[in-house]
Write a protein that binds this ligand. Structure first.
Ligand code: FAD
Length: 326
């Protein structure tokens, strides 16, 4: 019996969310007293990455390699994960609640006739049963969800669990697949070439709202992000994205990305419920707003009431000073 963790890769590189999924899987496997098996699906050349998943706690790795897995292939990936689940007697299957995981996990659930808890922030075992915590209503309510059948499928909110090393000498086995089904095919994947990490995966996010006043002022936020270091992403409210100031990929919230970084700066963002839905599970929230009554201060750990054009440059300067002493 096992806990199966889907190790997401993109473009031939295992992603940070895979290490988080493995870390959560390790804890669950220990609580259940079963092994943790990673399933890695991708092009044949990716097999060289498989054994490395032992670093984050995988007891063994099942590798499903195919030329048609160069890009995410919904049906082929579903076949591979479902087969790996059958082979390992999976009691639970963990996915990241990334774009790929959000597409794949319900497909696997439907295939296996299993239940799926999406976008969970915690997973554990109570009285021998798997339970997960799942925010709802924009994070205002936390549901505890259980499962009536096995395997229990869960998708884990990126950054909700910090990746932790737990090295093991993982054996790699190859999954034999029939000719992969290919009902849908990703022909090209386009995306911005970004120097900064994706907003859903970043350690720190500096997010700007309408209060920033226009795209020409984003240099201020860039400067703050640079001062905070290379793991910092830029985020935006929907008002900003709708105005065309920033790309949609940076939008945080109900209709954007749901993020849970250790540190989130909300600059010139009022804190509408739809924005909070995307970021209130951040571990530390710093808000800068000139309106002391702005709702963002209700969720902020640190609130600075002031004009962002004065506050942000000073913040950047102080952070640069502190970091130069490290
Ligand atoms: P505003 O609400 O206009 O706030 C600007 C803030 O900046 C104000 O609080 C103001 O005090 C402050 N400010 C102004 N000047 C300064 C200054 N010089 N210094 C300091 N502070 C200053 N929104 C999202 O963000 N994400 C979503 O995913 C999302 N999805 C939605 C889905 C639906 C179905 C709907 C109806 C709405 C959605 N929204 C979403 C929109 C949301 O309701 C708000 O309209 C939006 O979040 C407001 O963006 P904002 O905070 O940047 O702008």
């Amino acid at each position: 019996m096992s806990v199966l963790a889907f190790a997401e890769q993109r473009g031939g590189a295992v992603r940070q969310v895979a290490f988080e999924t493995l870390t959560a899987g390790r804890g669950l496997a220990d609580s259940l007293g079963v092994e943790l098996v990673a399933v890695l699906v991708g092009p044949p050349a990716l097999s060289s990455e498989a054994a490395g998943l032992g670093k984050y706690g995988a007891d063994r790795v099942i590798f499903a390699g195919s030329e048609s897995f160069e890009e995410y292939a919904p049906e082929g990936y579903t076949d591979a994960v479902a087969k790996a689940a059958g082979q390992t007697g999976a009691k639970a299957i963990l996915f990241p609640a990334s774009a790929q995981g959000r597409d794949l996990s319900p497909r696997v659930a439907a295939r296996l006739g299993a239940g799926l808890a999406t976008d969970v922030t915690q997973v554990g075992v109570e009285d021998g049963r798997i339970v997960a915590v799942r925010p709802a209503y924009g994070g205002k309510v936390l549901f505890k969800v259980g499962f009536k059948a096995e395997p229990a499928l869960l998708s884990l909110r990126p950054r909700a669990v910090a990746a932790a090393e737990s090295p093991r000498d993982a054996q790699v086995t190859t999954l034999e697949l029939d000719q992969p089904r290919e009902l849908t095919k990703v022909s090209t994947a386009t995306g911005e070439q970004k120097e900064r990490p994706d907003v859903a995966e970043a350690e720190i996010i500096v997010a700007g709202g309408r209060g920033v006043g226009g795209p020409e002022h984003w240099a201020l936020l860039e400067e703050l992000a640079d001062a905070l270091g290379p793991g910092t992403a830029l985020g935006a409210s929907r008002a900003v994205v709708d105005a065309g100031w920033r790309p949609h990929g940076e939008q945080v919230g109900q209709t954007g990305k749901v993020v849970a970084p250790p540190l989130y700066f909300a600059v010139g963002i009022s804190g509408a419920i739809q924005h909070l839905a995307g970021m209130r599970t951040a571990r530390c929230i710093v808000a800068v707003n000139k309106d002391a009554e702005a709702p963002i201060f209700k969720v902020a750990d640190y609130g600075i009431v002031g004009d962002l054009f004065e506050v942000v440059p000073r913040l950047s300067e102080e952070i640069r000073k502190l970091r130069s002493q490290e």
